[in-house]
Unconditional design. Sequence first.
Length: 483
Amino acid sequence: MGTLSKLAWGKISTIHIQRMRNWARHTHAPLLAVVVLAGFTAASCSTGGTETIQTVLVAPPNAPPRVNRDATHVIVNLEAREELREIAPGVEYREWSFNGSVPGPLIRVRVGDTVEIRLRNRSENTTLHNIDLHAVNGPGGGAEATNVAPGEEKAFTFKAKAPGLFTYHCAAGIVADHISNGMYGAILVDGLTRGPAVDREFYVGQHEYYLSDTPGPGGIPQLDSTKLLAEEPTHVVFNGATRALQGDDVLRANTGETVRLYVTNGGPNLISSFHIIGEIFDRAYQYGTLMSPPLQGIQTVLIPPGGAAIVDFGLDVPGDYKLVDHAIGRVSKGGLGILHVIGGEDPETFQALGVPGAAEPSPTSPATAERSPTRTSTATPGEGGGATREVTIAMGDNVFKPDAVDLSAGSRVRFTLPSAGLQPHNIRIATLSGAFDAGAVSIPEVILAGQSGTLTWDVPDPGTYKFRCDIHPVEMTGIITVK
């Protein structure tokens, strides 16, 4: 490019769109994306004309590999679907989506591409749909060109001009209804230069459901328009369901790696204060723009409805890192994802010390608890010391009941853990030295309101063991005294 100005990911200069048009066809650039493993199959033109690429879209949170190519004609096939899906434990809902995932697949193109969007509405659907892409310069972002009744298919093309991460959504009928039902996603337009390399990329979408209190036909909840207009969601979720990024479906990475998240907020109503508990964003591309330098050293990014952000961060210490909207009450409505990190410890970055200034606790010198608990329940081993004892610890809103338990060394205890409040909780038992990262944790690791979990613990050497809720680690603590 010689002295031509560059766009995206690094130090940039502002240029005119017309110059971008002229340069794009001569520029060799990578595509950066996430959310939908999008593989590309190219058909080369021996005559030297523009080649055509058809995207292969898969579900989030996977990320496609980087690719290098010139600007071309890109075909994107999307399908509107209306299907039953479990959005929370025991809660089925008739979800509307693009290609069967919420958010819909990430569409990955580059500046200068001619993008052809083809939208098909399944014949078995009952509602008219369309698509409005915020990366489009044209009426309705393409919505007017893609109004499709069940069984129809329509298409349009647009030139990808501005680099960045943009939201797309259905804009048919009452737009908020379609978005709340799941019809949103993101399109990534890469600039003319490669950004900082990262080891892993993931794609995450946040949005809200507004479910009726009484079920409709077939026992399925309906969208509650009164709650939607009052902006009072029943569920706030990542990737379409309360457990989409939990359990077997957590995001996974290793210490020493760098991670990039592409985050979009479908809304339709709430601003997201996106935060990862225990991490600082090294780079944050506010509002998803790649035409401005990223912010650095950021704790939380604001993502408005219909907006997006790109965040990069490095991983130094193993453990579970929670993805939340830091309007933190929304965690109780399902807004919680987990990034599970494995690898070696880095005590210079983070080290749990236990009780400050205390030596390793011993049977004759137990560690001092941080507060004076009320012992409302005890457990002792059964005859012969081989039986498993049953102990119930109820998890209310920011309190354990009981918050102190007496056990005998060498016994086995099975804790039953009902989450009796309005928020999700868990229990993690620290080691004798006070380290929680190496301790035992409940199954499942996050127990939603109204659900119950368990934790089976082989009681170790005598001493005082702390336990806590990882989601409320300050106010929800307790102790186990082992004799």
